[in-house]
Design a protein around this ligand. Structure first.
Ligand SMILES: Cc1cc2nc3c(=O)[nH]c(=O)nc-3n(C[C@H](O)[C@H](O)[C@H](O)COP(=O)(O)O)c2cc1C
Length: 179
């Protein structure tokens, strides 16, 4: 697939094939793609908790997601919970924020990495859904995520069982200013 095809064909997919599993090797490919993204002073603060066992998948879906997102990823064979180490990206060696955005740079870097992951998934024939509506503290407890990491998104990965249309995008002139 060309870059344009991957970028255009990636969709948020909310129904997956229950009988088509994703291998650990494929998930590793996704995380390797995430690692290629640029990060603040190369700080690489993104972290990936890969949930693939039946037991943990059920626990995360049941206990850490609201009903609508639980349904969205009901048959997804993989969930990747993404976090970032706080107070590094956007901060100097003394731990002082370099500018007013502070830890937003950690979230920014994780977003760059996560987009690489989503596009690599598409390139491998997989589909994904980023879920920002989740119970962060419950995820921390279930997956043993340390306090120094901020819990961000849950990303479902699997083979699609629906073909959603692309939600409408805003007009270029409404979002860009050529100065
Ligand atoms: C940070 C973020 C959080 C999101 N959270 C959710 C969510 O909790 N549940 C959901 O169904 N979709 C969620 N989405 C998916 C968006 O609704 C979707 O990306 C948007 O409608 C555009 O559709 P597309 O991804 O198919 O292009 C989220 C997307 C992003 C980037």
């Amino acid at each position: 697939m060309t870059f344009d095809e991957v970028a255009k064909e990636r969709r948020s997919v909310r129904a997956y094939k229950a009988d088509e599993k994703v291998s650990k090797e494929m998930v590793e490919e996704l995380i390797k793609a995430a690692q290629l993204a640029p990060t603040w002073k190369n700080s690489q603060t993104g972290r990936y908790y890969v949930v693939m066992s039946e037991e943990k998948l059920t626990k995360v879906k049941q206990e850490c997601l609201p009903e609508f997102n639980r349904n969205n990823c009901a048959d997804a064979p993989v969930l990747i919970v993404t976090t970032f180490v706080k107070n590094r990206a956007g901060f100097n060696r003394e731990g002082v924020a370099d500018n007013e955005l502070g830890n937003m740079w950690g979230a920014y870097d994780l977003g760059l990495q996560n987009e690489n992951l989503l596009l690599k998934a598409k390139d491998l024939g997989l589909d994904t859904l980023v879920m920002g509506i989740r119970d962060g503290e419950k995820l921390r407890e279930v997956l043993n995520i340390p306090a120094e990491q901020e819990v961000v998104a849950v990303i479902s990965v699997g083979y699609r069982n629906q073909n959603p249309d692309m939600p409408k995008r805003k007009a270029l002139e409404d979002i860009s200013v050529f100065c």
